[in-house]
Design a protein around this ligand. Sequence first.
Ligand code: HAM
Length: 460
Amino acid sequence: MPKIFKKKDNKEAEEKASRARRVRFISRLRGMKDILPDEYKYWNLIIKKATELSRSYGFKRMDTPVLENLELYERSSGRSSDIVVKEMFSFIDKNGEKIALRPEATPGIIRSYIEHGMFNLPQPVKLFWLGPVFRHDKPQAGRFRQFSQFNLESIGDASPVADAELIAITYYFFRELQLEVMTQINSVGCASCRKEYLVKLENFYKERGRRTKLCNDCKKRLAKNPLRLLDCKEKQCQEIAADAPQIVDSLCEDCRNHFIKVLEYLDELNIPYNLNPTLVRGLDYYNRTVFEIWPSSAEATEGKPEEQSRQNALGGGGRYDGLVEYMGGRPTPACGFGIGIERVILKIKEKNIPLKDEEKGDLFLAHLGDPARRKIMVLFEELRKNGFKVRQAFTKDNLKSQLELANQAGVKYTLILGQKEIMDGTILIRDMESGIQEIVDYKKVVAEIEKRLGSPSKKI
Ligand code: HAM
């Protein structure tokens, strides 16, 4: 065999052996996302907006564990809800206990309210919650298996003002993020008026062979939870639902008055909404007001705006007056909402909304040589302690690459220290826009920077 072929054979064998030696890479799970540094500016913005609004409206932040007893969700979210039936990450732990990764925040918050005796506090107790939740959903655009929610819950207030306040907060949240949304609103009544309505609804579906045209899930829902037939995402079911009797026509007097008052407050606040008779929400605990925040149809992806918006709701919530008692607490009215943070970020990206880059600094410290590096490490800490946003590249040696990083950091000035400046007791201040450099006394550099940039706030 010619030498050349032998060489090739050896090379191939070597590559094969090297591939076999390489460790198999383990990628992330389906429907789970990494949040990379570039993405964090969106998270920071949303967390800041959510925190500011919650604080202004008197909601206090709290958190609950990621893992809870499985029964907590079976009892609250509902044994007929998709979340519990199809989407829960549940397992038996080493002690044989059935536990679940939280698929939503509300049940844990209510458990905590009861467990910590928050009913003894002045009511309502207004809580702000932000964190990851887990649903074994079919992953697709805007649908993940781990995603995060911003929740507000107002516990202990039955008045329609509480519902309107929450809807108003969601509206301001999206308005301040420059996203156009349309609030969809409906009332699902109370246990007594809903009973009558459900009879009407069942009769409607039994008439004219409508039942046979439903999707398989809806055929089952008809027996277990007929209300859910109204918000099925399947086209054939939506067409039938459009002609179904409307629950608002069956509301008892108290539920009707409550709903009218909520709408009146929204009108007063100039908050646009769409009365949506098929909106019922997918969780079992709601009564009276239910709402969802949809991207306005102009912003929904082209094609089927209504369907797209329904499937990609940015948030949803409503009243759940029976839940606290049902979970073992005293009878306590409550309402709340949850907003899906990843979906909000997708919308901000789609709209190309310019964001303030929090990583940007005021100043960059550059050095030439090891003695200068040591000195600016000390100076860096002094300037940082004084409240300046200082950037640096201590590990770099080359001045050109440091100045490039200074440009990327968008700073106004770069302080440059080299061997000569150390000997003279000076430092250079370079204006990054004009490129003009001035020599200043090293001892006066902090005062000099304050003169140019103003004194930064030292508040923590
Ligand atoms: P939810 O409608 O199930 O309500 O979820 C709230 C929001 O979470 C949705 O509107 C959506 O933006 C987001 N979301 C839901 N599923 C996914 C997913 N697979 N991937 C990405 N985002 C998703 C609740 O969870 C209720 N606990 C809200 C509430 C609070 N009601 C009263 N208080």
